[in-house]
Design a protein around this ligand. Structure first.
Ligand code: COA
Ligand code: AMP
Length: 640
């Protein structure tokens, strides 16, 4: 609970909006700057805003060197816990600083300088985190690509980010199989317009990769002769990284994060939202390929001087449903952050939470959930199993840190299960109708809600633009509701100010906390020679929240055994986008339901697949097709 002197949530939120400059300059005082800002917020180019213009700092200095210089070099910075290898390795701040300084020296020896891009395609290994921090040390911009993405996704990102160097591991370890990364990179480079000058390969024992002379270099050789380098002064408004995320189309958006705002927001939010203090152990059980991994595995814990846990494994099956509790117990984790799907997976295997009793979890103060809606059943189960607050919170790759939460470091508000609580200081969250008129707050769960938007400017740490694409930034996020950032989520705010997130308003689906574009999946299916037309919708899944369902119409004359075609399409998606799409369900249909103007009725398709009631839209061009599709899905066990 908040101390008597601490500002209440309401005061803190109000002040962050009425006087953002003093609010964020106070937060910025917790970091080391090499030059102070000329002003806190530059709004002269609105709707493009810049935080801390004129200032310089180095993110890696703030994450490592600063703590070493303050005499905390012996404190553990990083615990690498691999359930896949049954191995634990810890690094003190001093050790991590040395590793990162050498890696930065090695990158510089390959010609990487301030502003150059480095693409990282690595699983959950310490070298991935070291490479990210080494880039920040040099002022180079990293772009991490999630290991579950395959060649085409990789290729699109390489062509957009145009990296000078690509750093990869030879393989990732998934339960029951080794995922070889090198063939995926080689495949991507074969179709890329842009070619990185060098590829650095971290060889892992499970599958060493053959190296291509001249271009590829072994990680050990890369670092062997390197000299450690010190931190470079970086402009607060210069990018620290680019992270690609799915939008409506198959072309991912390159979310840019600026150096100063990012460091300030993460340093502040780990204390105020997550209630952490220097020296605490924070574990975000996510992947460095996602924004959660960037913000709360790598940057925030180190910026605040905490210990971070890098876990290579799954919530279940590595070896069992006690995996998370083992890690919490062994490393005395103070706060765990994961996706609801991970808790659902544990709950499915251990409904009575019996494995919890096998471990001493007394260090654990809070469980945070995000990435998808936290259903009340899952929240209730976790509360009962762990006996600690379970905090749902809501954010996106674009914002980089939570927009709504129960701020554990400000004032703990009553939990309403199913709601991520209230807008976090810095975010002026509103709900508007299609015309941009603000909707009244309502307690009715029957309410259809509206578009959730955030009044500009967004606080520090949120995306200032898209990589090389100011126009795309405006058209994707700012044009629909002038003066506001469009989150593409729909929902309502209740009379206590609590937010209720209902669904996406675009064609993005959320599979096990992974954000995917149905448009991207449709592009892959359409490329099949026998497919005339297709639609992909996200349907309810008890474990993953949603999974994609493909409906395909065959070309005239294409006579195919459905089972074989389905296998081909599933394989196409695995090879092009990656296994993480969990694309397994396809149904061949006579035609797609459309309005007379040709728009596919996706919402109705989703309702049919989910076994929900639906109203046949008056504008439909073929009223019989909906029933026909429902029957086809039920016959194949693909509708609830
Ligand atoms: N590299 C290569 N392949 C990967 C991968 C990676 N980094 N991550 C996942 N995959 C593959 C998996 O091996 C699996 O392949 P398969 O179809 O051959 O089995 C596929 O992608 C789907 O993986 P996953 O999403 O992990 O599903 P799962 O059914 O294996 O496990 C859960 C289910 C719930 C245990 C798992 O989804 C999970 O841990 N979710 C938490 C997600 C999360 O942390 N999200 C981050 C947002 S905060
Ligand atoms: P990503 O950019 O991958 O983090 O995905 C962001 C999207 O995930 C959001 O726009 C929401 O649709 C969804 N999301 C994230 N957190 C929550 C939450 N706590 N409740 C509901 N939806 C969420």
């Amino acid at each position: 609970m908040s101390s008597p002197e601490a500002p209440s949530y309401r005061e803190a939120h109000a002040r962050s909006l009425s006087d953002p400059e003093s609010f964020w300059s106070e937060a910025a005082a917790g970091l080391a700057w090499t030059r102070r800002w000329s002003r806190v917020l530059d709004d002269s180019q609105a709707p493009f805003y810049r935080w801390f213009p004129g200032a310089t700092l180095n993110t890696c200095y703030n994450a490592l060197d600063r703590h070493v210089e303050a005499g905390r070099g012996e404190q553990t910075a990083l615990i690498y816990d691999s359930a896949m290898l049954d191995r634990v390795r810890s690094y003190s701040y001093l050790e991590l600083q040395r590793e990162v300084a050498v890696t930065a020296g090695a990158l510089r020896a390959l010609g990487v300088e301030s502003g150059d891009r480095v693409l990282i395609y690595m699983p959950m290994v310490p070298e991935a985190l070291m490479t990210m921090l080494a880039c920040a040390r040099l002022g180079a911009i990293h772009s991490v690509v999630f290991g579950g993405f395959a060649s085409k996704e990789l290729a699109t990102r390489i062509d957009d980010a145009t990296p000078k160097v690509l750093v990869l591991a030879s393989c990732g370890l998934e339960p029951g199989r080794t995922v070889e990364y090198k063939p995926l990179v080689d495949g991507a480079l074969q179709v890329c317009r842009h070619q990185p000058e060098r590829c650095v390969v971290l060889q892992r024992e499970a599958a060493e990769a053959p190296l291509q002379g001249g271009r590829d270099i072994d990680w050990r050789e890369f670092r062997a002769a390197a000299k450690p380098v010190s931190c470079v002064e970086v402009g607060a408004t210069d990018p620290v990284y680019i992270l690609y995320t799915s939008g409506t189309t198959g072309v991912p958006k390159g979310v840019v994060r600026d150096t100063g705002g990012h460091a300030v927001a993460l340093h502040w939010s780990l204390q105020k939202v997550y209630g952490m203090r220097p020296g605490d152990v924070f574990w975000a059980a996510s992947d460095i390929g996602w924004v959660v991994g960037h913000s709360y595995i790598v940057y925030a814990p180190l910026l605040l001087g905490c210990t971070t846990v890098l876990y290579e494994g799954k919530p279940v099956g590595t070896p069992d449903s006690g995996a998370f509790w083992r890690v919490v117990c062994e490393h005395k984790v103070n706060a765990l952050f994961t996706a609801p799907t991970a808790i659902r997976a544990i709950k499915r295997e251990d409904p009575g939470a019996e494995r919890v009793a096998d471990f001493d979890l007394s260090s654990l103060r809070t469980l945070f959930l995000a990435g998808e809606r936290a259903d009340p059943d899952t929240v209730r189960w976790a509360e009962k199993a762990l006996g600690i607050p379970v905090i749902d919170h809501w954010w996106q790759t674009e914002t980089g840190w939570p927009m709504a939460a129960n701020c554990m470091g400000i004032e703990v508000l009553p939990v309403k299960r199913g709601s991520p609580t209230v807008a976090v200081p810095g975010f002026d969250v509103r709900v508007v109708d299609d015309e941009g008129q603000e909707l009244a707050r309502t307690d009715s769960s029957e309410s259809e809600g509206g578009h959730i938007v955030v009044k500009l400017p967004l606080p520090p740490g949120s995306l200032p633009t898209l990589w090389n694409n100011d126009e795309g930034y405006k058209s994707s996020y700012l044009e629909c509701f002038p003066g506001y950032y469009q989150t593409a989520d729909a929902g309502r705010i209740d009379t206590d100010g609590y937010l209720w997130i209902m669904s996406r308003t675009d064609d993005v689906i959320n599979v096990a906390g992974h954000r995917l574009s149905t448009g991207g999946l449709e592009e892959i299916l359409s490329e099949h020679a026998d497919v005339a037309e297709c639609a992909v919708v996200g349907v309810h899944d008890a474990l993953k929240g949603q999974t994609p369902l493909g409906l395909v119409v065959l070309n005239a004359g294409a006579e195919r055994v459905e089972r074989e075609l389905v296998e081909e399409l599933v394989a196409d998606v695995r090879e092009t986008l990656g296994p993480v799409a969990a694309f397994k369900r396809v149904c061949v249909v006579r035609r797609l339901p459309k309005t007379r103007s040709g728009k596919i009725l996706r919402r109705t398709l989703r309702a049919i697949a989910d076994g929900e009631e639906y109203v046949t839209p008056a504008t439909i061009d073929d009223p019989l097709i909906l029933e026909e599709i429902g029957e086809a899905l039920r016959a194949r066990g693909q509708a609830t």
